[in-house]
Ligand binder design. Sequence first.
Ligand code: ADP
Length: 314
Amino acid sequence: MNNQIETGNYDENYSRARYQDEFIMTKPKSSEASNCDENCSSCSSAKATQSPKGLPPKAKIDVKHVILVLSGKGGVGKSTVAVNLAFALSNHGRNTGLLDLDFHGPSIPKMLGIEGQTPSVLDKTLEPIHVTGTLAVMSIAFLLPDVTSPVIWRGPMKMVAIQQFLEEVNWGPLDYLIVDLPPGTGDEALTIAQLAPNLSGAVIVTTPQDVAVLDAVKAIKFIEQLEMPVIGVIENMSGMICPHCGDTIDLFGTGGGEKAAHDYRVPYLGAIPLDPAMVKAGDEGRPYILRHADTQAWKAVDLVMENVVRRVES
Ligand code: ADP
């Protein structure tokens, strides 16, 4: 962590603003960030984290499996899947970390009802927010002055922040680290792919329409170019079960994600229908999977999560 931090002991009065200032916002210095020409070879902060061959070394974190959750587009349910997957794993008794790397739109704390919490600092290490005994969460949202504060960073700052989120958070020994990435194939995904050890692969979330599937295919190709396994594709918002008659309404169509998985020879993990209760669950800060309702939509989510767990554990 930044060596400007003088105290190594737990400090209850360590304010969010001061922490934010010292932990990430000053690394690299704002003058460097504003001079960033996207050329890492001219950046002292990038050089500091690079190995002689130019690739940064793997972060020192005790984790058995790192799973990336990715989508080609925003709004397709990527964070919803990340939250429910992390909960499903934690419910299976796995020590699970959930890392929100969607710096510009961090929604994990809101979806878990832990918005507004401030991580404590112990011996220059950040304590993640514990949701259950086996589920810990870290997000930039915990370090911002308020929920409407934007994060305005160029690539090198994100890289330093990601490294700190891996190495300077007291995750403890983890079975799984689930990483919620921003939509698309940008810096955050590249950096975590370089820094995270024991990468099991990526889960790609899409909705069924052609415009979303096209971007999901880009995400599949991106992961393959990084020589990482695609754990599978999830088709979210796949039809909607009418709450009155029980029939399926084809709001965005169905089958686009399954076809893309088939065409690009990657596993298909299943379909999750649109369910207004899922929006409510996200807004109210409780994972949908915790609802023990006997609805078709809930069964579908449960099945998809079981498929992911089975695939990564087999
Ligand atoms: P992304 O991370 O891809 O931007 P989110 O997970 O934030 O997408 O989801 C966007 C919105 O859609 C949220 O309000 C979420 O609750 C809702 N949502 C996601 N999946 C479903 C679904 N299957 N049915 C209904 N609402 C959903």
